[in-house]
Design a binder for this molecule. Structure first.
Ligand SMILES: Cc1cc2nc3c(=O)[nH]c(=O)nc-3n(C[C@H](O)[C@H](O)[C@H](O)COP(=O)(O)OP(=O)(O)OC[C@H]3O[C@@H](n4cnc5c(N)ncnc54)[C@H](O)[C@@H]3O)c2cc1C
Length: 390
């Protein structure tokens, strides 16, 4: 039975960063991952390009982490998004910032990020065991006993970074919550967050179109961000963010042109009255959206009655979309709920009840918006959980 100072279960961003800091602090460290490769979920973020962090201010970070972000004050005072950026740049990964502060590797490839994290673990002397599923964890006297089907390890410190319960095909099946319960720690209710929306909007015509910085609103909840039409409804950051405020049955409104007033649109139609409706709309919205709207009207702008012009403006500025439901937890991007933060010391991420037991990443009751905020939370909590606190 091999003994380690620190064992980490789960090789997502939280676990990889925990392995780096633990090794950096001179701990004999083992990271165990059940998939063949590290970072399967991370690899799929940002459309496969890896949205590694967000370069906003501390206030931006807290706004981007609506699920208990304030618990992370102490974590961010030790390691924050700017430390993530420095970390990658110091380790040979060039980064770039895109809209809404989203940070990506310049290569646009997730493997650049995952490769850099893995290389750093090895450079610092940490060990990684993939293809190994942990099936049980026990604490006997002061030692954790960690068992897979084929092996058993012991450690003084255990860091659980097994993720939430969303997208279980990436490996996050909730095992960490079972470990918490085994040690009699509270786990809050698990719910879907950042869920794609099911709608009755005519999907087929618009499926696959993505819109930059449109406004999707429901009542007082007004979100301006990118939006994606899918075969079932709406996805993309605007829809995912609205999902916390709707459950199904609501009528949301979509403003395709939040920067343009209704009056400006009516003037635009007057200026372009000789054009076909389709061509005039092409100057405002993507081609397929223009075609979709134009089918309901006479050919030329000048043939539109005042009522039809106003109707077209209304469709562009406040298109009603009935929300019929949301995707389930398994098909949502993030899990709300997790190990109850009351159980956890915010400076060290150690369990208050079980010395040596630490949690980091989405297994905790912390949830954030996509756009790099969950990954920031995972990498920063991972660093802190792996650190030694003197
Ligand atoms: C499609 C998609 C897109 C996303 N886009 C973004 C985005 O743009 N920005 C953002 O901030 N967030 C995004 N997220 C969320 C983000 O990816 C997660 O919050 C983040 O990966 C959580 O990191 P983690 O290390 O806590 O857990 P995970 O990345 O889930 O890693 C947990 C690991 O633990 C392993 N594991 C579990 N049980 C065991 C066991 N018993 N033994 C061994 N290993 C085990 C799993 O195999 C897994 O590899 C997205 C999520 C999805 C699904």
């Amino acid at each position: 039975m091999t003994h380690y100072d620190t064992i980490i279960i789960g090789g997502g961003p939280a676990g990889m960063m925990a392995a780096i800091s633990s090794s950096y602090y001179g701990q004999k460290t083992l990271l165990i991952e059940k998939n063949r490769r590290l970072g399967k979920k991370l690899a799929g973020t940002g459309g496969g390009r890896c949205n590694v962090t967000n370069n906003g201010t501390l206030d931006d970070l807290l706004a981007g982490i609506p699920g208990n972000g304030r618990f992370l004050y102490s974590v961010f005072s030790q390691f924050d998004n700017h430390d993530i950026i420095n970390f990658f740049e110091e380790n040979g990964v060039a980064l770039k910032v895109e809209d809404h502060g989203r940070v990506f590797p310049k290569t646009d490839k997730s493997k650049t990020i995952i490769g850099a994290l893995e290389a750093k673990i090895h450079e610092l002397g940490g060990s990684v065991l993939t293809n190994t599923e942990v099936v049980s964890v026990k604490k006997i006297d002061d030692l954790f006993h960690i068992k897979s089907a084929e092996a058993e390890f012991t450690s003084d410190k255990l860091i659980v970074t097994t993720g939430g319960k969303s997208y279980p095909s990436t490996g996050s099946t909730g095992f960490g919550h079972d470990i918490a319960r085994h040690f009699k720690l509270e786990v809050t209710d698990l719910e879907a967050a950042e869920s794609p929306l099911l709608t009755d909007f005519p999907h087929k015509a618009l499926q696959g179109i993505s819109l930059d910085d449109v406004t999707l609103s429901y009542g007082k909840h007004v979100i301006t961000h990118d939006l994606l039409f899918t075969h079932f409804g709406l996805s993309g950051p605007a829809a995912l963010r609205l999902s916390s405020f709707v459950s199904g049955g609501e009528i949301a409104e979509l403003d395709f042109l939040p920067q343009t007033s209704e009056q400006d649109l009516l003037s635009y139609f007057t200026e372009n009255r000789e054009k076909s409706v389709k061509n005039a709309l092409r100057g405002l919205v993507p081609e397929r959206v223009a075609e979709f709207f134009a089918t309901d009207y006479p050919e030329k702008i000048k043939q539109l009655s005042p009522a039809q012009s106003q109707e077209l403006v209304d469709k562009l500025k406040k298109m009603p979309i009935k929300i019929t439901g949301k995707m389930s937890l398994a098909k949502s991007f993030v899990t709300k709920g997790g190990v109850d933060l009351k159980e956890i010391n915010p400076k060290t991420l150690e369990s208050k009840k079980v010395p040596g037991l630490h949690f980091a990443g989405e297994v905790l009751d912390i949830n954030a918006h996509t756009g790099g905020f969950n990954i920031t939370s995972a990498l920063c909590t991972g660093w802190v959980a792996g650190s030694l606190h003197y």
